[in-house]
Design a protein around this ligand. Structure first.
Ligand code: HEM
Length: 473
């Protein structure tokens, strides 16, 4: 950045810090207004997204904390396990600080906009019915039936967009948990609208026709209208009928009261649903696709993973119909495949926080009110933590228990993903049935990858799923 432009940016944003500004970490605030977004977008639109953080490491060494100007605000980026951990574990000094686009699209009353006790209460209410052992056992059969019938269907379909189909599959599962009594047509409409919402999530908040954010705002309006209608219908039904015995998450959210007897407003329920339905299908859909693709590209890992699943099938008691949670938890090698996929794909490459007071990390100042980005991606792609990081190698997990802060695919601290167990189970069950019976043939195996908002092949993984003729179930 030219000296003059840099000085203007620094003067505007750092002057108020007085002498303390000397304690800021190294870096620069880039160009006025744009900041460092051009460099970030350049890297993430190329085939080497890591070149963005690597340029800081090259210039200032691997200190794990740099200053920049991102998404319209001065930002401190933390990029190594030690600095990320310090930010993630301190709920008082760091609260969520997502860019405007994310907050507006996911909703201010969702978890991105609430903190401390309110956040804890709504997490308690919503996390156990998703991730608890009892809940997972309940969902297992539904997931399994869906996997078996979906794979069967795909095998008869010829060419499919594998990623698009997988997102439909994971959406079906999250709908079952959250809105089980809604119709298939609502589900289909919601799923389509979510694609537009998602593309706007990591975009600049430019509300002009033609920009991703504009389209995504329209998508949000549609989602709100659909969920509002569903909510009102349920409220009307409850006025005359007793509450249903079989509750989904919308029912739970409608019933919950705080210690003063206050119920959640429609707006709160809708924002929480929009957040969960989005977070609950995008990432798992993408990771399932990548795990399948990586296995198919590496026959030696495919065979090893398949042998484990065959062993599980052989040892199943003859009267037992489906898989049990215990069996899924015994899939040791498959779990390494999934962890390695999570590490290398980095679906959530970064999370956003805001400092509530001046705080020092590794001796450097994070000023009150500045944004903080925890770069999960650079932790996972750090050769000091994971040698040869670009190589997909499930065996790197043999005998390895990752040190705290070194493996953050689901984040950490109080914001740790509440769907992590559910996601792993969905992916494991899918791979179990896929490995036993099917294969994937991509039409464009060398198709370029787009990294924003999530890494995906630009053709959404056009492929054929076919039965492997020699295997019998
Ligand atoms: C492979 C799949 C998934 C990945 C990689 C993933 C990743 C993450 C990450 C990294 C975070 C933390 C963000 C932060 O630090 O602020 C997060 C939060 C969250 N995830 Fe997931 N997730 C996955 C699946 C799911 C599923 C299946 C659900 C729903 C059932 C879900 C619901 C959420 C919610 C609601 C949050 C916000 C938590 C909070 O702020 O308290 N995720 N996820």
């Amino acid at each position: 950045v030219s000296g003059g432009a840099r000085r203007v940016q620094e003067w505007v944003h750092e002057w108020g810090l007085g002498e303390k500004r000397k304690r800021l970490p190294p870096g620069d605030l880039g160009w006025p207004l744009l900041g460092n977004m051009a460099a970030f977008l350049w890297a993430f639109k190329s085939n080497d997204p890591d070149s963005f953080i690597n340029s800081y490491i090259r210039r200032f060494s691997r200190i794990g904390i740099y200053k920049a100007y991102m998404f319209g605000t001065p930002t401190i980026m933390v990029t190594i396990p030690e600095t990320c951990k310090q930010v993630l574990m301190d709920d008082d000094l760091f609260v969520p600080g997502w860019p405007k686009a994310t907050c507006e699209l996911i909703g201010k009353k969702s978890f991105v906009g609430i903190i401390h006790e309110e956040h804890k209460r709504l997490r308690r209410l919503t996390a156990a019915p998703i991730n608890g052992c009892e809940a997972l056992t309940t969902y297992l059969e539904f997931i399994e039936d869906t996997v078996v019938s979906t794979l069967e269907k795909w095998a008869g379909m010829g060419e499919i967009e594998f990623l698009t189909e997988l997102r439909r599959f994971t959406f079906k599962i999250i709908m079952k948990i959250f809105l089980s009594s809604e119709s298939d047509s609502i589900m289909e409409t919601l799923e389509k609208v979510y694609t537009d919402l998602n593309y706007g999530m990591r975009a600049m908040a430019i509300n002009i026709p033609g920009f991703a954010y504009h389209k995504a705002l329209k998508a949000r309006k549609k989602l709100v209208a659909i969920l509002q209608a569903a909510l009102e219908e349920r409220k009307a039904a409850r006025a005359t009928n007793p509450p249903p015995a079989d509750k989904d998450m919308m029912d739970r959210l409608m019933e919950v009261e705080d210690e003063n007897g206050r119920k959640l407003s429609n707006e709160e329920i809708i924002d929480i649903l929009i957040m969960y339905l989005n977070a609950g299908h995008e990432s798992s859909g993408h990771i399932t696709m990548w795990a399948t693709v990586f296995l198919q590209e590496h026959p030696e890992f495919f065979q090893k993973a398949k042998a484990e699943q065959e062993e599980i099938r052989r040892n199943k008691p003859p009267m037992q119909k489906g898989l049990t949670l215990r069996e899924v938890r015994k899939m040791e090698y498959l779990s390494k495949v999934i962890d390695e996929t999570l590490r290398i794909v980095n679906i959530s490459f970064v999370a956003f926080r805001k400092a509530t007071a001046d705080v020092y990390v590794n001796g450097y100042l994070i000023p009150k009110g500045w944004r903080v980005q925890t770069w999960y991606r650079s932790v996972h792609m750090d050769p000091e933590v994971y040698p040869d990081p670009k190589k997909f190698n499930p065996s790197r997990w043999d005998g390895l228990t990752p040190k705290s802060g070194t493996f953050l695919p689901f984040g950490g601290g109080s914001r740790l993903c509440p769907g992590n167990e559910l996601a792993k189970i969905e992916i494991s069950i899918f791979l179990h049935y896929f490995l036993l019976k099917y294969q994937l043939t991509r039409l464009n195996p060398k198709c370029p990858v787009r990294y924003l908002p999530h890494p995906r092949p630009t053709d959404n993984c056009l492929a054929k799923i076919t039965k492997i003729p020699t295997t019998s179930m």
